[in-house]
Design a protein around this ligand. Structure first.
Ligand code: NCD
Length: 358
């Protein structure tokens, strides 16, 4: 395999690299003890500026199972961030202590911003409502194990498709495999952003948008449920209007094919009734477990094949232009160069993919 770059967006890796990681994860699952000492002497830093259970703990467990060590914080108020330290300085220091840096942050484009100054590979463990590439590696491994293929699938996504970063990354990845089509189930307020829809159609794939799960269920090979992302809403009132719109229960599962599987990145709030857990088609707890193995494989690939720092900003620096996305990292980390890619009559922010009409 080629050297591994920073993993900020799932497409930083090629489909061949995804396949190698998934194949290695499969091997690790069948003989975990073979890899027990593979990362002895290596350190992983985890900077979690936002809550996490599965992502943080599966990364940490992955490194510990490989024989490596971990440092980091899961509550920035216990670190120098509370004293006003900027992202650049925290990243510079912790990446100097670590062989791999895993970062989650509430602002979009934050991992790319961190990677600009990091002295080791950076893995995006979720940047606001933007991207979550290692959840996608988890989801791809789950599909491979549970459906036997990554192609020719009709995949339904339901819930908060606007703010769900796992949805964005997975749609990008699945658009790269032949014969996949997508059914997007959401309210009109929480639809998939245009930059992701353009990516789907640009890859020659199709999608349809529905308002109800009942319409979608009979057609699906895979249903990917998501929670409404309360923390991304501007006001509690806006969240109140969106919560509880979709709930998958045993009654609705009767509409689904016998071989459909239900995935969810978790945490679940109330969008899947607990009774569905006993349905053999519910694969979300297995999915969370696959996450640990895929992260072991990812860490191993980085340590085995080495790291290659590729240019991160692909656009032109225009410091007089400001990104119009209030959640873009460029608004709080003021020293960052404002970089935009000109596409047709829009400028695309290099950090968060926001489109600014010219
Ligand atoms: C997801 C996330 O953080 O984006 N969780 C995860 O990483 N498994 C989904 C979510 O928080 O809803």
């Amino acid at each position: 395999m080629n050297k591994i770059p920073h993993l900020i967006d799932i497409n930083d890796f090629t489909p061949e690299q995804w396949s190698s990681i998934i194949a290695l994860a499969h091997e690790i699952m069948s003989a975990p003890m073979v890899y027990a000492g593979a990362c002895r002497g290596k350190i992983m830093g985890t900077l979690f500026y936002e809550p996490s259970t599965r992502t943080q703990m599966s990364f940490q467990t992955a490194m510990l199972r490989l024989g490596g060590g971990i440092i980091g914080f899961d509550n920035p108020s216990n670190s120098s961030v509370a004293k006003g330290e900027n992202l650049k300085d925290t990243t510079k220091i912790v990446s100097g202590y670590s062989d791999i840096l895993v970062m989650r942050h509430p602002l979009e484009g934050s991992s790319k911003a961190a990677a600009l100054t990091a002295d080791c590979p950076v893995i995006n463990a979720g940047d606001g409502g933007h991207m979550h590439p290692t959840q996608t590696l988890t989801d791809l491994l789950t599909l491979r194990e549970e459906k036997g293929t990554l192609s020719g699938l009709t995949v339904g996504f339901c819930g908060d498709l606007k703010n769900g970063r796992t949805v964005h990354s997975l749609l990008k990845a699945l658009s790269c495999f032949e014969g996949n089509r997508f059914i997007l189930v959401s309210t009109k307020e929480l639809k998939v952003p245009d930059y992701i829809k353009d990516y789907i159609t640009g890859s020659g794939k199709t999608y349809v948008e529905y308002l109800t799960l009942e319409e979608a269920l009979p057609q699906l090979d895979v249903l990917y449920m998501t929670r409404i992302q309360r923390e991304r809403f501007g006001s509690p009132e806006e969240y109140e209007k969106q919560k509880n719109v979709y709930c998958l229960d045993a009654e609705k599962m009767k509409l689904a094919p016998a071989d459909m599987i239900v995935l969810h990145p978790l945490p679940r709030v109330d969008e899947i009734a607990v009774e569905v857990d006993d349905d053999p088609r519910a694969a979300y707890f297995k999915q969370a477990n696959y996450g640990m193995y895929v992260r072991m494989a990812l860490i191993l690939c980085i340590t085995d094949y080495g790291f290659e720092s590729k240019p991160l900003l692909k656009g032109t620096v225009m410091n007089d232009v400001c990104c119009t996305n209030p959640k873009c990292i460029t608004h709080t980390e003021k020293y960052l160069p404002h970089s935009f890619i000109k596409t047709g009559n829009v400028l695309v922010c290099d950090y968060c993919d926001e489109r600014i009409p010219l």
